[in-house]
Write a protein that binds this ligand. Structure first.
Ligand code: GLN
Length: 484
């Protein structure tokens, strides 16, 4: 079986039809991880015992001829910001280096209830802060398409493991692009749902009003299956929406003819690499060929998105990360004499440079005297950015844009320049500020054979339409590859 091209329906069918067993499938993934991951660095922990126990359960069902659940026997891996009972969960940080959570996050619980086999936990930037995975306290992740390049971040391990066939698919988190940008750098599909669509219970918080849980997968259909599994109201997350979850998979093949695709000039401005621009523009022409109408829209406040995001995100982070104090769980500095020395030394030794930078920026933005000038102002601009989308969506069904201004950059290229790193998020952060859903799908490659991603943004809770349009594009691309 070719693990690199295995999809969710493919893996499930193989187990259901007894062409393999879920146990053998999990073992082949572990062998591949053992062989390939030393070069890539996607995994931080493996949970073989738990995987084999779930696989055995699925094999027993298949042996009895019973229908497997939707993810029956499918090997999936999880970003290390999602807590897993009894399995070390570090969020890429030393301060959680010895943290064994006492409970499962809702997204993982739902995947396993649907029969998924959890292989292990995936590397990421510390507390999901970063765009290259180089802020992981443990090790960098290398892009499977070119090991000298970053996989993107912060869900770099999730994107790299999926692209390299070291998991059929993965879960990631997206606070300002962390699912979509690594998906685009690694040539896979990444979906950030609407805020409230997927429970955040058990997601280690970075910025609670911007954090989202979502899938990374090889195909749009796989992303649709995963979203349907993890979505829906959860009493453990009061911000999760009470709305019914559509059958995204059943809607994938509905026609796209006549749908209106918005294109905003603000997403094609300065700083956009020419190859990325040309590829995304060619993809937009493809939508016209599929019978969609291309409509120009304007998102006039877009240039304020990065500063607004980096105020709101750091402010919330400074508050969320106050809990890591060495008292209740996680790392505690040794040899300290007073309480305040324990706090200071624990946080100094346990947190990395980028995390400290953000705690300081956020504390500053929230401090008396600066609150109105920065935090309050950013909240007002956030409303304007949201209204930009609301206005645009009165005219169009979706908006198409590049996911990232460039393809994957080199490891080390931006580590000493945080501002340059922040600018890599220019096209992704607004969807988080507005809470709208967005998907990144592969749409071509550079002359150096690096993947290029395109982003499709939709209306609140309208994941069905972005998935449908993404699926239509993906199918048309595959048929043109097959016929060429
Ligand atoms: N790159 C962005 C940041 O560093 C987004 C991170 C994320 O989505 N978790 O904040």
């Amino acid at each position: 079986m070719n693990l690199s091209s295995l999809t969710i329906p493919g893996a499930r069918a193989a187990v259901q039809e007894r062409k393999t067993t879920a146990t053998a499938l999990a073992e082949s993934f572990y062998r591949k991880i053992g062989k390939d991951d030393p070069q890539i660095g996607a995994y931080l922990a493996l949970c073989r015992e738990r995987a084999i126990s779930k696989a055995t359960e699925m094999d027993a069902l298949a042996a009895k001829g019973e229908n497997l659940p939707p993810l029956g026997g499918v090997p999936i891996a999880i970003k290390d910001v999602l807590v897993t009972k009894g399995i070390r969960t570090t969020a890429g940080s030393k301060i959680l280096g010895n943290f064994i959570p006492p409970y499962d996050c809702t997204a993982v619980a739902r995947l396993e209830a649907a029969g998924a086999v959890m292989l292990g936990k995936l590397n990421c930037d510390e507390f999901a802060m970063g765009s290259s995975n180089e802020n992981s306290a443990w090790k960098p992740v290398h892009n499977p398409h070119d090991l000298s390049r970053v996989p993107g971040g912060s869900s770099g391990g999730s994107a790299a493991a999926t692209a390299a066939g070291m998991a059929v698919a993965a879960l990631g988190s997206d606070t300002g692009g962390s699912i979509r940008q690594p998906a685009s750098f690694c040539g896979v599909v990444g979906l950030k749902p609407t805020y409230g669509r997927v429970s955040r219970y058990g997601l280690i918080a970075f910025a609670s009003s911007l954090d989202h849980v979502g899938p990374l997968a090889k195909t749009v259909k796989d992303a649709a299956i995963l979203l349907r599994t993890i979505a829906g109201r959860d009493p453990m997350d009061s911000t999760s929406a009470e709305l019914p979850v559509p059958n995204y998979v059943a809607e994938l093949d509905k026609p796209v003819r006549g749908l209106k695709i918005g294109v905003a000039k603000e997403y094609f401005g300065q700083g956009l690499d020419n190859e990325v621009r040309n590829t995304v523009e060619a993809a937009i022409q493809k939508f016209a060929a599929l019978g969609c109408e291309i409509v120009e829209v304007s998102l006039p406040h877009t240039r304020y998105a990065i500063p607004t995001y980096y105020i709101v995100a750091t402010a919330e982070a400074s508050s969320n990360l106050a809990r890591f104090d060495g008292v209740r769980y996680g790392y505690r500095a040794a040899g300290v004499r007073t309480l305040s020395e324990m706090y200071r030394r624990t946080r100094d030794q346990g947190l990395g440079a980028e995390v400290k930078r953000r705690i300081m920026l956020g504390s500053y933005a929230l401090s008396a005297g600066y609150y109105d000038a920065y935090y309050l102002k950013a909240q007002k601009v956030r409303t304007l950015l949201t209204r930009d989308f609301e206005d645009a969506f009165t005219k169009v069904d979706v908006i198409v844009a590049p996911t990232s201004p460039t393809a994957a950059f080199k490891l080390g290229e931006k580590v000493d320049d945080p501002l340059a790193m922040y600018l890599a998020d220019i096209y992704t952060v607004t969807a988080n500020l507005a809470g709208i859903p967005g998907i990144s799908i592969p749409c071509g490659e550079t002359t150096e054979k690096l993947p290029i991603g395109m982003q499709i943004l939709g209306k609140h809770f309208d994941e069905a339409t972005i998935l449908r349009i993404a699926h239509a594009y993906e199918s048309s691309r595959q048929s043109s590859v097959l016929s060429s």
